[in-house]
Design a binder for this molecule. Structure first.
Ligand code: SF4
Length: 99
């Protein structure tokens, strides 16, 4: 039996933002390794958890704010229902529309 613990690697909070939302993250009931997948099956499983998560938007917003303009090598894990590549694309798209 696997002891389930809160996901590691969770983002640092936005300045001035509370962290209570994390207590509602569904990943807290999952194996943290699932959110750092080595296989496509694990990646899909993690994304499925995020898809049901009530704080997905908040989680994604914090990940994007924390990671800023990093490339995919500076982004880690499944966060807010996205992969590192997905977040890099979201950031690029947002940066282009802001100019
Ligand atoms: S969106 Fe995913 S990574 Fe973020 S708190 Fe929810 S389950 Fe965890």
């Amino acid at each position: 039996m696997t002891t389930k613990t809160p996901a590691s690697g969770m983002p640092t909070p936005l300045p001035g933002a509370g962290t209570n939302w994390r207590t509602r993250g569904l990943c807290r009931d999952e194996d943290p390794e699932l959110f750092f997948p080595d296989t496509a099956a694990d990646r899909r499983a993690a994304l499925a958890v995020c898809a049901r998560c009530p704080v997905r938007e908040r989680c994604l917003a914090e990940a994007l704010a924390e990671e800023g303009g990093r490339n995919t090598h500076g982004r880690h894990g499944i966060r807010g229902g996205t992969t590192p590549t997905g977040r890099q694309k979201l950031h690029s798209r947002t940066a282009k529309t802001a100019t």
